[in-house]
Write a protein that binds this ligand. Structure first.
Ligand SMILES: [Zn+2]
Length: 320
């Protein structure tokens, strides 16, 4: 090795030693502070599925560790957690759920002594629920009280869910009460803006009826003075009797419907078949019940997805 090469090696070795010393001394100096901040346990909050996860994450900010109990890409209706998923709830302080029959497992959870340290927060508290005008095959829904759970598709009711979540977080973590209050206010402002966008976006439309995939939009249609005809009832995976399909096809033809809505988490074949019968095209109207992996990686939010819905609704209703 020549002198120059040896010099470089020595130089590099010295530089590495210096960097190592800096890193070590830095970590020594900052470790007590780091320990303090990183070890202050954030409180763990589970939300039963996507919209509630979104609301809780926005209210909890960096003071709460919010996670979705429903795995990414799953459809929440009739979903039952596995033993591992139930074990994953360990250490969770708040469990936020929608109620109104959306979480079939919830009464078993609440009755079991296993979750004595967990507080259950019903996000629909204070909201006047609609009866589910469910198809006959929705026995599951009827045994769960027969109510329509889809309140989150109305941004104004979503605001009430945010308030309920905020109140629960303030109670569970009073030291950060003002933080949760401010976050909730900021998010409610965004929901109000969404409400305004929908009102404006649907104010000048040729049509007032759309064909949704499942019956997830009663609160929405009530709020905005539009109507929908659905294909599969209160849960998207229910079997549909052929005569019901025929009924939807007839209404769609009578109303000169040009768009049949499918959903993001269901098999699109039924919507495709209907669309070809009617001579319509298929677009997606998300019931906001979950997101897929790609959307999760893109960081897609409840608000993003509602804006996509609005765009497609404006096509279906032929709005200006
Ligand atoms: Zn639904």
């Amino acid at each position: 090795m020549n002198k120059l090469g040896a010099g470089i090696i020595v130089g590099v070795a010295i530089a590495v030693a210096i960097i190592a010393a800096i890193v070590l001394s830095n970590s020594n100096v900052s470790s007590p502070a780091n320990l303090q901040s990183s070890e202050t346990p954030k409180f763990k909050v589970a939300a039963s599925f996507f919209p509630l996860y979104e609301f809780a994450k926005n209210v909890g900010g960096d003071k709460a560790q919010v996670y979705s109990f429903l795995p990414i890409g799953s459809e929440p209706h009739e979903w039952e957690p596995s033993i591992q998923e139930i074990e994953g709830l360990k250490g969770t302080k708040l469990f936020i759920y929608n109620g109104a029959g959306m979480e079939a497992y919830i009464s078993k959870f609440m009755e079991s002594g296993e979750f004595a340290n967990m507080t259950f927060v019903k996000a629909t508290d204070g909201i006047t629920l609609l009866k589910a005008d469910s198809a006959e095959d929705d026995k599951e829904i009827l045994t769960q009280g027969g109510m329509d759970p889809h309140v989150w598709n109305d941004p104004i009711y979503a605001e009430q869910e945010v308030i309920n979540i905020k109140n629960a977080m303030k109670k569970a973590d009073p030291a950060n009460a003002q933080y949760y209050e401010d976050n909730a206010d900021a998010y409610i402002t965004k929901l109000s803006a969404l409400d305004n966008s929908i009102k404006t976006g649907l104010s000048h439309c040729k049509k007032d009826t759309f064909v949704s995939f499942h019956n997830a939009f009663n609160y929405f249609t009530n709020r905005y003075g539009v109507h929908d005809v659905w294909i599969t009832g209160i849960a998207p995976e229910a079997d549909v009797p052929p005569q019901d399909i025929q009924k939807v096809i007839q209404i769609a033809k009578d109303k000169d419907v040009k768009v049949i809505f499918s959903e993001d988490l269901v098999d699109p074949r039924l919507a495709n078949t209907l669309a070809s019968e009617v001579g319509a095209k298929v677009l997606v109207l998300s019931p906001l019940e979950g997101i897929n992996e790609t959307e999760q990686q893109e960081g897609k939010t409840y608000l993003d997805k509602w804006h996509e819905n609005l765009k497609n609704l404006r096509v279906a209703l032929e709005c200006q």
